[in-house]
Every structure is written in C-alpha cells, then in structure tokens.
Design a protein around this ligand. Structure first.
Ligand SMILES: Nc1ncnc2c1ncn2[C@@H]1O[C@H](COP(=O)(O)OP(=O)(O)O)[C@@H](O)[C@H]1O
Ligand SMILES: Nc1ccn([C@H]2C[C@H](O)[C@@H](COP(=O)(O)OP(=O)(O)O)O2)c(=O)n1
Length: 347
C-alpha cells in the first residue's frame, strides 16, 4: 500500500476546476492534488472557454452550474460546440431535476452533488474510466482515505449546531449560509436517509425509527457525521438537526472532543412548522400528519433540553423563523457578520 501513494502522485491526468466560490475552488483543487491530478482553477464558465481557446486541454473538467458571466450549462454547451472532448462532470448544490437534466444534455459525462469529497471524486474517476488501471479503486480509496483521515484526526474543525423543530427552516437557511460564508452543510437527517438508501445493515432500523419520529442511537449518527467531516476538505461545518437529545450531545462531545462555536436555533411556532412540512413535497415518509405530531413531541421533550443546556452556556443564537425566507436570512446573516463574508452571493 505504501508504494501506491507516490504512484498516484505521478498520475498524468490533468483537470480544470470551474467554480466561482473560493471555498469550493480550494477544496476541489486540494482533492485533485491529493490524487496527484495536476489541476488549474478558473472562476466562471467564460474563463473555462477562454482557457481552451488559448489551446489548453484537460482530461477532466469539474464544472459548477450557477456562475456569473457564463454558467456551467452554457459553458459546457460552448465547449462541446468547440469540439472539446474532455470528460466534464457537473458538481452542483441542490440542483432540481429539471436543471440537472438540462446540464446533462448540455454535454456532461457525469454529475455529483456538492460537497465534493474524496470518495465522490473517486467515483467520478471510476465511472469516467480514467486510467488508474494498475491499482484497484479500493486501494486508491484506501490510500486517499488514509491521508484524509490522518489529517482529520489532527484537525479540530469549527462546528456550528443548527437546531429547531421539524420544518423550522434549518436546511433552507443552511444552504444560504453555505453560499455566503463557506461552511459545509451536514444534515444528520440526510446522512441517515442516505444510509437507508445505501442498503447498510442499519438501514431498516433507521427507517423504522424515522417513520416513528424517533431519534436514532447516537453511535450510528455520530459515525456518519465523523466520516462526512473526515472526508471533507473544509474545516468549518454546519451540523443540522444534531444533537437532537442529551445522549446525542454528550456522546458527540466525548467521541470527537468538539464543542460547537455556537448553536443556531430556529424558533418557529408549531402551526407554521406543520404547514411547511405538509407542503414540503420531498416524498419523505415522515412528512405525514401522524409522524409530524410525534416529531413535535420528541422535539419538545428531547431536543429543547439540549438548546437549554447550551443557553446556560451563552452559546445559543436564537432566530425568529416564522418570517419569509429572506427575512429569516437577514437575522442569520447578522449572527455571522463578524466573520468576513468570504463568498459573494451567487447572482
Ligand atoms: N421562512 C420560510 N417561510 C416559508 N417556508 C419556508 C421557510 N423556510 C423554509 N420553508 C419551507 O418549509 C419547508 C421546510 O423547510 P426545511 O428547510 O426543509 O426545514 P427543516 O430542515 O428545519 O426541517 C420546505 O418546504 C421549505 O421550502
Ligand atoms: N440527530 C438526529 C437527526 C435526525 N434523526 C432522524 C429522526 C428525525 O425525525 C429524522 C429527520 O430529521 P431531519 O433533521 O432530516 O428533519 P426534520 O428536522 O425533522 O424536518 O431523522 C435522528 O434520529 N437523529
């Protein structure tokens, strides 16, 4: 195994990162570097076209979708019209099915949702049949993960817990915070739902607990969160929907040694949350009135005490969440404003 790491660094592959977000640019550049893939970075679709006009060519292009001047869909179309045959992988945040289809039809070879991780990048390379044939994908993944885990165990990422009742708007606001302040969003609920989909041995247990509105044992959720943190190049995370009870809170602190910088608490009346959940329309098994009522009860009995715990430590930043999305974000922004706004809002 030790021999395989230097060999990866000798890869002849080249890549172009096209993204207007500084944090994503850095992260994608570093992930490619880790796999020994030489790469350049440009800030929008027009720059990607320009760099090809100047005669440069790449094996792989990691293309963001929403960018100023020329977006990812337009740039991909233009590159294909120019006869560029590089493999292009779209890498975007929360694209809806329509956008994804349009992006694919513009000439993509592959598509991944952000945040890009080492394993997602490896699966792109695998699917696009890049020449790593002297090694199995397993050995490359092991080598890459070893490196990532090595640095992750030494690093102490900054963590903000994002709490609030079901439907209070946690996920919605997290997407805005990611966009403006460069955090990586980790939703405990999304990680658990992905674990069900992956067919893992815990899948059925998790599915049954979510259907009942119950909280999954900490051990399972913490493992998923730890893995997501370790696999990610970023060093600041929004952990959404966790800790949901005292057991979650104490176990996370014990296992990771991480204390949150602060807790962002979305305070919203039940009637409003109920209305939003019934209209959420994401096909979630737990967004039915019976399970919603159970989730509200669990929130009051188990999650509010966690918020009170952090309140006593002066760590809670309460947001009035029963307002329109933009107004809620104004309040959120004020909490983050001491930090430099690193990423300009996408147009
Ligand atoms: N401020 C708001 N006003 C109205 N609807 C909202 C607001 N924030 C979120 N929503 C909508 O409510 C639903 C639940 O929001 P979501 O962010 O998924 O909540 P949570 O992650 O807290 O469960 C979604 O359909 C979302 O589009
Ligand atoms: N820390 C957590 C977070 C979520 N879960 C489970 C139980 C929750 O009802 C579901 C859904 O959580 P999610 O945060 O995605 O959604 P809501 O805030 O309930 O809208 O996942 C858990 O067991 N433990």
């Amino acid at each position: 195994m030790a021999d395989e790491v230097p060999s990866l660094a000798e890869s002849k592959l080249t890549a172009l990162v096209v993204d207007d977000n500084f944090v994503n640019q850095t992260m994608h550049h570093k992930l490619l570097d880790r796999l020994g893939i030489k790469n350049d970075v440009v800030c929008n679709g027009q720059e990607a076209v320009d760099v090809h006009c100047s005669g440069r060519n790449y094996d792989l292009i990691l293309m963001d979708m929403e960018m100023p001047i020329l977006n990812g869909i337009q740039a991909t179309k233009r590159l294909r019209e120019m006869g560029i045959e590089s493999k292009i992988a779209g890498v975007t945040t929360r694209a809806n099915e329509g956008d994804k289809k349009e992006f694919m039809e513009a000439g993509l070879n592959d598509f991944q949702e952000k945040p890009l991780t080492i394993s997602k990048l490896l699966s792109i390379l695998h699917r696009l049949d890049f020449h790593v044939q002297t090694y199995t994908m397993g050995s490359i993944a092991d080598a890459a993960n070893k490196e990532v885990n090595g640095t992750a165990s030494e690093k102490r990422p900054a963590v903000i817990f994002v709490l609030g009742g079901p439907g209070s708007g946690k996920g919605t606001q997290c997407a805005y915070i990611v966009d403006h302040f460069g955090y990586t969003h980790l939703s405990a609920g999304d990680l658990l739902r992905a674990e069900i989909k992956s067919g893992s041995e815990n899948g059925t247990m998790i599915q049954n607990m979510i259907k009942e509105g119950k909280i999954v044992p900490s051990e399972v959720t913490i493992k998923l969160l730890q893995k997501a943190i370790q696999e990610n190049g970023n060093d600041k995370f929004l952990i959404d929907g966790f800790p949901r009870n005292e057991e979650n809170r104490a176990a996370f602190e014990k296992v990771t040694g991480i204390e949150p910088k602060f807790v962002l608490f979305f305070d919203c009346p039940e009637e409003e949350m109920e209305r939003r959940l019934l209209g959420r329309n994401q096909g979630r098994e737990d967004d039915n009135i019976e399970t919603i009522r159970k989730r509200f009860k669990v929130f009051l009995e188990s999650s509010l005490p966690v918020i009170q715990y952090y309140e006593a430590k002066g760590k809670v930043r309460k947001i009035h969440a029963a307002k329109p999305i933009e107004d809620v974000f104004q309040e959120v922004k004020a909490v983050f404003s001491p930090e430099a706004e690193k990423v300009k809002r996408k147009q």
